[in-house]
Design a protein around this ligand. Structure first.
Ligand SMILES: [Zn+2]
Length: 269
């Protein structure tokens, strides 16, 4: 590690999550990106001299003015993050007009924030409106989830039910269900806007034939969500075509009642 102890206290939990995601095979090559809303106290742990570049935002985000985020760099592999965080991630602050990002730390060698940053920032806006607890937005490529979008009908309710039906704890880990978007070009405003709507409703959205975008109160929380989603998708694929039985809708209703889960309207009809 080249960072100081105080920086390390903030960075380590997030870098550990990125390394874990890489080891699981969900962030191959340059895939995967993460953003984290920093508190003022956490920001104080970093030496900030104000000499970094200011990057324009194509689409202004006045709702986020003054907020600071730790963001992974475009083209930076998750496997290298923990070895050289100053190069492969950085801290940006949204300008007071919401139209620019000041680089406060990191992004050494002229690196820039992930190209999926618009989706992340819209995700942070959506989650701030929903519940101020969510600080992390993560994108990665969980293998079985992506594979399932090639063979399961791209219907949000049917896909959620198929996932819930694989394991009694699936509905507990994904109580709001799972959002689903059809294939679309990544890194665009369109996918950012539609993903934010899904994050507001579900907290996790599958991008067909690509991956997932998920938010959570911490790196571990969001990793847990994706882990549960991936396990259910893996089980569904392993039993596809051969399963003789599964958890039924009445049984899912029993689980929802037992654990006080209010599933989205129409998901357990
Ligand atoms: Zn991706």
């Amino acid at each position: 590690m080249t960072d100081t102890d105080s920086e390390h206290r903030v960075l380590a939990p997030l870098l550990d999550v990125c390394a874990d995601i890489y080891r699981r095979g969900w962030a191959e090559n340059h895939a995967g990106n993460l953003s984290y809303r920093l508190s003022d106290a956490e920001l104080d742990e970093f030496p900030l001299d104000g000499s970094g570049p200011v990057l324009p935002l194509e689409e202004p985000f006045p709702e986020l003015a003054g907020n600071s985020y730790l963001v992974t760099a475009a083209g930076s592999p998750f496997r290298l993050l923990i070895k050289d965080p100053r190069t492969h991630c950085g801290i940006v602050r949204v300008g007071e007009d919401g139209a620019s990002l000041a680089v406060l730390w990191g992004f050494a060698g002229g690196r820039r924030p992930t190209s999926e940053l618009p989706a992340h920032l819209r995700g942070h806006i959506a989650q701030a409106a929903q519940d101020g607890e969510h600080t992390v937005v993560l994108h990665c490529h969980p293998t079985y989830v992506v594979a399932m979008t090639h063979v399961h009908p791209l219907d949000e309710v049917a896909l959620t039910r198929a996932l819930w039906a694989t394991n009694s704890e699936s509905i507990l880990a994904l109580p709001r269900g799972v959002g689903l978007l059809p294939w679309m070009v990544c890194g665009t405003d369109t996918i950012g806007i539609e993903s934010a709507d899904k994050l507001r409703e579900f907290g996790v959205v599958i991008w067909a034939h690509h991956g997932v975008l998920a938010s959570g109160a911490s790196g571990q929380a969001v990793l847990g969500t994706v882990e549960s989603l991936e396990k259910s998708a893996q089980t569904w694929l392993l039993t596809r075509g051969e399963g003789q039985q599964e958890i039924t809708v009445p049984q899912l209703r029993d689980l929802a009642t037992a654990f006080g889960i209010e599933s989205p309207a129409g998901f357990l009809d």
